[in-house]
Design a protein around this ligand. Sequence first.
Ligand code: CU
Ligand code: ZN
Length: 209
Amino acid sequence: MNKLSITLITLIALVTLPLAACQEREVPQVQPQASTPAVQTQPAPATGNAGGTEIAPQQAIARLAPTQGNETTGTVTFTRQADGVEVVAEIQGLPPGGRHGFHVHETGDCSAPDATSAGGHFNPQGTPHGAPDNPLDQRHAGDLGNIEAGPDGTAQYRRVDPGLQLDGPQSIVGKAVLVHANPDDFTSQPAGEAGARLACGVIEVEQGQ
Ligand code: CU
Ligand code: ZN
């Protein structure tokens, strides 16, 4: 071998040996990666609508505004639970001390001065009007009963309702919540003789939840 050949062989050895060593070191690194399952397999948190894919919301809210000549306002939240939807309402500006029919209505339109634009009770199953604790075939899905005003004109309400849904064909999202002037008698058809409408709000899924 001449001097050039030795130099070339030495160079090749210097270059390829570390390469081979590197490749050997890289092999074990593959295994921990391969044995680690994908981390992001948890169900995505429910949101309203992401990229056109409908994802079931966890919560919806209706902000009630008074109808013409009335002062009733309030907030009603609907939260998904294992056994139904939890309804929590905080209502203000009621006449002190009375009971007031409280329902989900079929049309999410509170634009009429008397809120008649919200239509009748939400009734996707075609059942008769009734009390909220009736069997589901003996009440409207929207029949939430009554709220009761204290001496200060506020009312609080909480109920986990087995007949309400936040997604699917019978979702209450996009419907309306109404407070009436009179009590719901749970018997009269089709709406319990609850009288005029004091406040109305559309049920919406808020952004970012
Ligand atoms: Cu009603
Ligand atoms: Zn009803």
